[in-house]
Design a protein around this ligand. Sequence first.
Ligand code: IPE
Ligand code: IPE
Ligand code: MG
Ligand code: MG
Ligand code: MG
Length: 316
Amino acid sequence: MHTRRVEWRAGNVDDEKVMFQKRLSACAAQIDACLNNMLTETPRDGEIARPPRLIAAMRHGVLNGGKRLRPFLLVETAAMFGMKRTAALNAAAALECLHCYSLIHDDLPVMDNDDLRRGQPTVHRAFDEATAILAGDSLLTFAFEILASSGTHSDPAIRIELVAMLARASGMAGMAGGQMLDLENEARTLQPEEASLVQQMKTAALIRFACEAGAVLAGASRRERAALAGYGESIGKAFQLADDILDITASAETLGKQTAKDSERGKATLVSIIGLKDAIAMKQDLLRDARAQLAQFGERAQLLHQAAYFIVHRDH
Ligand code: IPE
Ligand code: IPE
Ligand code: MG
Ligand code: MG
Ligand code: MG
């Protein structure tokens, strides 16, 4: 079995961090159980068949020890407005399916050509490229099937809103668009603003969705929703900045994926453009921006403050 890497670095553990880790692990376990239950070979109502090889590839790409940070943010944002955590799990599982699809396709030979993901062979390595593409396609569409299902929210208007939000966050002007720019940028010299736009689209859009969706699901006001979208955007950018920094500074054992990939592919990232020192300072600025958005929620936002801290100071 895989080990879930959510621990804080030894010797740097205070009460807040332990509490945060516990909450993240608890949410991850619930999401895993939910996804394990959804991704079965047995056809559901109205389905004809589920090809075992496709399901096996989807399970390989999903049930493999991801941090489950996006589902966690969605569930905890909804919980801040009084929603029961279990009631937000469906939407959170949909988001994780979409995220896992993005990783499966990101690892393909025609994209980043990676062999290792979450400490295991990537889906196209464990299966084959065509199966990996189809597993990704199926996870992408399954995400929307989950969001549209009545178990996600009793109000169909909310479900439609979530569907539209996720489509925007993951499509041409969001994650997929960001991936396009990222690939195009491999052969170019970039301005910092261009690298920042890539981060915003390929990564922050989905993290922003996590936080805004939690607010929408729980019936938050427009003002509250906007603040959480802003919070998600800032931590999303910080998250990709940390990913690019870790690509340079961390080991494959710690990350569960190959490192030094960006420089190997000649890919300019914000870190390679502005340098490690300024990138670390930028992460701190983003942390400050994110936390400022939480001011209106007072004590209720304690866990989201911790999440922002965790993302900025993460070591895997
Ligand atoms: C990796 O995301 C891809 C990026 C956007 C940097 P995560 O670091 O959240 O990966 P998992 O889900 O924990 O494997
Ligand atoms: C991936 O960025 C962002 C996605 C939308 C999947 P990276 O290509 O840097 O992510 P890793 O390092 O492979 O996880
Ligand atoms: Mg990539
Ligand atoms: Mg990659
Ligand atoms: Mg990376």
